[in-house]
Design a binder for this molecule. Structure first.
Ligand code: PMP
Length: 383
């Protein structure tokens, strides 16, 4: 008998299962609107031209080697990433209130943040502090915080299915009624999965309550630049909140860094260097930085174009319901409002793959498949 004979089968991760089903589908009409990654109008992944260029520069640079980086990461990467998030003129940076850790992707960053908060926020090792995540949210948020030891991960109201937009009153209500010092995970822009962000006026209301009620803001910023095409616009909320000293890790930066080092050391010990070098070289050269912003805008503009076209096609077909939310939403994702039965029809009958929640990745749309997708949505809604 194997010592592993009692290992239970884990449920597949929905988004990857969807991709597998898509790959197995032999239909020439098939479309993958599931996985959250950029695709070109040919349906292909896109290596940004600026990235290709910088990779060549790095290969040719004989001064570089494969030694360990510092535990907290490449210094030029950390400083340039902080400036991208908070702005060159950030008071938080000038007042030395900012710490940065080079992590393994967004998930690694969430894990490091969650570990740090569990260890040191609201008393040491306080596993009872409520952590609020939006309803709905990116599915991994719940488990990352739970795995970091938080025992009380709860939803806060966010999506209003009826009006297909933000439930601001519900959100503010939850901010008013939750325990003081609760942690709130906020999406900096391009909310995943709804594509629905608060307006600047709404962010101000959210900030006012959070400050008054001493709530902790945890921004997950996965898509800066990719939502509107502008780094500045997409960072508006993060920067607005960072102006307030009450929200910052004020005056304790050195101790915080030392503890972050300990957490990283026992998790991955040292971060990989290649990606961080590409970013640091790009952001520290005015020409390459301009080229990168241009590349990002190319991606954002294609998404905006697909949104406009999908809405126009559904309106032209006379598909029942309003489709304004398709262009009001922002970023890669759109919450279509299709119900699970309609999604099932799309997948099984039309070979259009999307999440059961009705979330679609706008980048999966191309000028070649958009008619088929619009027609499929029309049939799913009217059948
Ligand atoms: N947060 C959000 C809101 C995301 O959408 C994603 C990526 N889907 C992540 C975090 C994780 O990023 P990564 O894939 O780099 O771990």
């Amino acid at each position: 008998m194997s010592v592993f004979s009692e290992v239970p089968q884990a449920a597949p991760v929905a988004v990857f299962k969807l991709t597998q089903d898509f790959t197995n589908d032999q239909s020439p009409q098939k479309v993958n609107l599931g996985v959250g990654a950029y695709r070109t109008d040919e349906g292909k992944p896109w290596i940004l031209p600026v990235v290709k260029k910088v990779e060549k520069l790095i290969v040719q640079d004989d001064s570089l080697n494969h030694e360990y980086l510092p535990i907290l990461g490449l210094p030029e990467f950390r400083s340039s990433a902080s400036k991208i998030a908070l702005g060159d003129d950030s008071p938080a940076i000038h007042e030395n209130r900012v710490g940065a850790v080079q992590c393994l992707g967004g998930t690694g960053a969430l894990k490091m943040g969650a570990e740090f908060l569990r260890r040191f926020y609201n008393g040491n090792n306080n596993t009872k502090t409520p952590v609020y995540v939006s309803a709905p949210t990116w599915e991994n948020h719940n488990a990352v915080f739970a795995n970091a030891g938080f025992e009380d991960v709860r939803p806060y109201k966010y999506w209003d299915a009826e009006k297909r937009g933000l439930d601001l009153a519900g959100f503010l209500g939850d901010l008013e009624s939750c325990p003081e010092r609760s942690i709130f995970v906020l999406h900096a822009c391009a909310h995943n999965p709804t594509g629905t962000d608060p307006t600047q006026e709404q962010w101000k209301q959210i900030a006012e309550v959070m400050m008054r009620r001493k709530l902790f803001v945890f921004f997950d910023s996965a898509y800066q630049g990719f939502a509107s095409g502008s780094l500045e616009k997409d960072a508006w909320a993060v920067r607005y909140f960072s102006f307030s000293k009450n929200f910052g890790l004020y005056n304790e930066r050195v101790a915080n860094s030392s503890q972050m080092e300990k957490i990283v050391r026992t998790t991955w010990s040292n971060p990989p260097s290649q990606g961080a070098r590409i970013v640091a070289v790009t952001l520290n050269s005015p020409e390459l930085f301009a080229e990168w912003k241009d590349n990002v805008k190319t991606m954002a503009d294609r998404v905006l174009l697909m949104r406009a076209q999908l809405k126009a096609k559904l309106q032209a077909l006379g598909t029942p319901g309003t489709w304004d939310h398709i262009t009001e939403q922002i970023g890669m994702f759109s919450f279509t409002g299709l119900n699970p039965k309609q999604v099932e029809y799309m997948v099984n009958e039309k070979h259009v793959y999307l999440m059961a929640s009705g979330r679609i990745n706008m980048c999966g749309l191309t000028t070649k498949n958009i008619d088929h997708v619009a027609q499929s949505i029309h049939e799913a809604v009217t059948k």
